[in-house]
Write a protein that binds this ligand. Structure first.
Ligand code: ATP
Ligand code: MG
Ligand code: FE
Length: 344
């Protein structure tokens, strides 16, 4: 089937057309340059900008794919979670198009998009699998037993890992967005220059939770180290970036592998913006190989927000006849295990 998708949950306006697992067009209008001067996403600015460019993105998606509306089977759109004003621009556009062209509407949970991004480079991948979801707002281990059947096995107790990258980059003066900046700086640094704490979450009965994450302590440790080193002279930014990245990648990959083994889930599918991180990719790949586990990553440019991954999730629901009502509303927060509530 051929699905057109719209993604406007945060600061990327995305429109894509996907045929099963094959991308026919994937337009992403990033607002990074607009939000950079504020050091983060400004919600009011984001929604206004989506409105500004959405129609141009739609036109481009059709031009690039050389398709017409008759060939589109359904319209997928991100409805949760995300910035309310931004989500509404995409949802209102999608509903209008669904009505005009008489196509089924498929409301998509944004995290389902990140989970299925790897399908776009792998025609064989199917549940069950373990998903490590690492993005700007989430850090979770999810058992995916079927499309729509998600069990949370681990989560962060404080910052999301993408957020930790962004905050640490700011501490190191590396600018916005922080993930790619740290990744680049780290390539020129020594990952073992500094020993940083791997955040662990204490269990009330003693010991630690095996699959829970915590990144706020790590960020505080970097902050303290930065102050101390700055007092001594020039900041060894590359070494600090490399040491931070090493610590994060180790904590993520060790827990992910242990979780996959305990729950007997293979392969492991990684999704979200931080899946683009080179050290994380290397470490997981290597540790997975040692344990006989297969690791799937999305193609680099499909890790961060895009509409192709939303279309890919849309294909899954369309094929199961799961359509949404035209009265569907956007939700800024929605747990992943309630994703099926989006279908009538
Ligand atoms: P969510 O999906 O949880 O709602 P989001 O959509 O804002 O959040 P994504 O677009 O999936 O998040 O990812 C953005 C995050 O990924 C940012 O925090 C960014 O710093 C991080 N990121 C991007 N590239 C890299 C990289 N190479 N290394 C580490 N982090 C990265
Ligand atoms: Mg983004
Ligand atoms: Fe995202």
């Amino acid at each position: 089937c051929i699905i057109l998708a719209i993604e406007t949950s945060c600061d990327e306006t995305g429109v894509a057309i996907v045929k099963n697992r094959h991308i026919l067009s994937n337009i992403v209008a990033s607002q990074i340059d607009i939000h950079r001067r504020y050091g983060g996403v400004v919600p009011e600015v984001a929604s206004r900008q989506h409105l500004e460019v959405i129609n141009i993105c739609l036109e481009q998606a059709f031009t690039e794919s050389q398709l017409s509306w008759e060939e589109i089977d359904g319209i997928a759109v991100t409805v949760a979670p995300g910035l309310m004003g931004s989500l509404l621009v995409g949802l209102t556009t999608a509903k209008t198009l669904a009505m005009i062209h008489n196509k089924p509407l498929l409301g998509i949970h944004h995290l389902e998009g990140h989970i299925y991004a790897s399908y776009l480079s792998d025609p064989q991948l199917e549940p069950p699998f373990l998903c490590l979801l690492v993005s700007g707002g989430h850090t979770s281990l999810i058992a995916v037993r079927d499309c729509g059947d998600y069990t949370l096995l681990g989560n962060t107790r404080d910052d999301a890992v993408g957020e930790a990258f962004d905050k640490t980059a700011r501490l190191l003066g590396l600018g916005y967005p922080g993930g790619p900046a740290i990744d680049r700086a780290a390539a020129a640094g020594n990952p073992f220059a500094y020993s940083l704490p791997e955040g662990k979450v204490s269990h009330p009965d003693g010991g630690y939770y095996a699959y829970e994450f915590s990144f706020s302590g790590l960020k505080t440790a970097v902050s303290r180290l930065v102050k101390q080193l700055e007092a001594q002279g020039e900041l060894p930014v590359n070494d600090l970036a490399a040491s931070f990245q090493e610590t994060v990648a180790r904590s993520l990959s060790e827990r992910t592998i242990a979780c996959a083994l305990e729950y007997n889930l293979n392969p492991i599918v990684v999704g979200g913006g931080v899946a683009a991180n080179r050290t994380l990719r290397e470490k997981l790949q290597q540790k997975g190989q040692e344990k006989g586990l297969t690791i799937h990553f999305p193609p680099m440019k499909l890790c961060t927000d895009n509409a192709a991954m939303i279309a890919c999730a849309g294909v899954q629901h369309y094929q199961r006849g799961q359509y949404s009502s035209l009265t569907l509303s956007a939700t800024s927060r929605l747990p992943l295990n309630e994703a099926m509530s989006l279908y009538a």
